[in-house]
Design a protein around this ligand. Structure first.
Ligand code: SPD
Length: 358
């Protein structure tokens, strides 16, 4: 759908990363590129996705002064790179913030890649989008106001739209190109923007949250990319402070929280920050997503002080939600059993992230 349909346009705000309207001539360089430049200053520091001999790999490449390609590993998962066979490249362009790539894979359908990192594939996107949405929304009775941070592909919006209690959904996505590309190549997900309850803000979430009235939301979902590049600030304490401030007492946050196989230190840091800020409860849950590094992704799920939230036993089960199953798309991954199971953690994680045992 064009942005002129639905109520999306009425509340659309367009800002650059600094909260100004219009185009800024100074474009921020993604921090992964800064890292690449620091470690190899002779490189023209522009990240490219890597497609070699018909295979996409989750590593990045850059060209040196002589135009020769140099490959480097993503700093988030050194020493490994998952690969997908490419049938055809459908779209490739650089936005103000990142490189955006869409390709048709031979086994996972269409794939959306940002700065060389897989964001979703048609085959397994359901696991991530359903879990990050319904873990929080099924844990509170009758959610009404929801904020999505990131989520420019629209998949999380499409899941929220199953909840008929929801009256208003704000979404703050920094990169307009992600929205446009999703509308073109992933229309089933981007259909989420058509929901008349959705209010789109194109801009920096940190800036957006600064101006949100205290206690506005029942739930916030942070559907970000990894904390390299434009999403770096989204795992830092000041950002969690603003999220907590924007939630009502007993409101819930669900935040993408990386892989337990690869990022125990990051998870540990995030949990310790959130324990300080969210006085209700803080939990870690996970789901299986084959095309994410190590095949799993985690969610940090927290509540603010107020009416107690029992995340482990959903009070608002999806099976009882009127209309949730008569939706345009079938639920493929989430159900109340998966919800409860998602909080079961392997022993190594409990040992390495001691805060999970408190
Ligand atoms: N390592 C990849 C994590 C990507 C998380 N965001 C996915 C966006 C899908 N809506």
């Amino acid at each position: 759908m064009g942005e002129d349909a639905g109520r999306g346009l009425e509340c659309q705000k367009i800002m650059d990363g600094k909260g100004n309207n219009g185009n800024s001539s100074q474009k921020a360089i993604p921090s992964c590129c800064l890292k690449a430049r620091a470690s190899a200053p002779e490189l023209e520091a522009k990240c490219h996705s890597t497609v070699v001999s018909g295979w996409f790999s989750e590593s990045q490449s850059s060209s040196d002064k002589a135009g020769k390609m140099v490959y480097f590993n993503n700093p988030m998962w050194p020493g490994e790179a998952h690969s997908l066979k490419v049938e055809s490249i459908l779209y490739k362009a650089r936005s103000d913030y990142q490189e955006v790539l869409v390709f048709e894979s031979s086994s996972y359908g269409k794939v959306l890649v940002l700065d060389g990192i897989v964001q979703l594939t048609e085959k397994d996107e359901c696991a991530y989008q359903e879990m990050i949405t319904h873990l929080p929304l099924c844990s509170i009775p009758s959610p009404k106001t929801v904020l999505v941070v990131g989520g420019g592909d629209g998949g999380v919006l499409a899941e929220i739209s199953r909840h008929s209690s929801v009256e208003h959904i704000d979404i703050c996505e920094i990169d307009r190109m992600v929205i446009e590309v999703s509308k073109k190549f992933f229309p089933e997900l981007a259909a989420g923007f058509e929901d008349p309850r959705v209010c789109l803000h194109v801009g920096d979430a940190v800036e957006f949250l600064r101006n949100v009235p205290e206690g506005k939301y029942d739930a916030i979902i942070v559907d970000s990319s990894d904390p390299v590049g434009p999403a770096q600030e989204l795992v830092e304490k000041p950002f969690f402070d603003t999220l907590a401030r924007a939630l009502r007492p007993g409101g819930v946050l669900c935040n993408m929280a990386e892989s337990m196989w690869l990022h125990t230190h990051l998870i540990d840091d995030m949990i310790s920050i959130c324990r300080e800020i969210f006085k209700g409860s803080v939990h870690y849950a996970w789901a299986s997503v084959p095309t994410y590094p190590s095949g799993v992704i985690g969610f940090l799920i927290c509540s603010t002080e107020g009416p107690a939230v029992d995340f482990l036993n959903p009070i608002n089960p999806i099976e009882k939600l009127e209309g949730a199953h008569q939706h345009k798309r079938e639920l493929r991954y989430y159900n109340s059993e998966m919800h409860k199971a998602a909080f079961s953690l392997p022993s190594f994680l409990k040992r390495e992230v001691r805060l999970l045992c408190d």
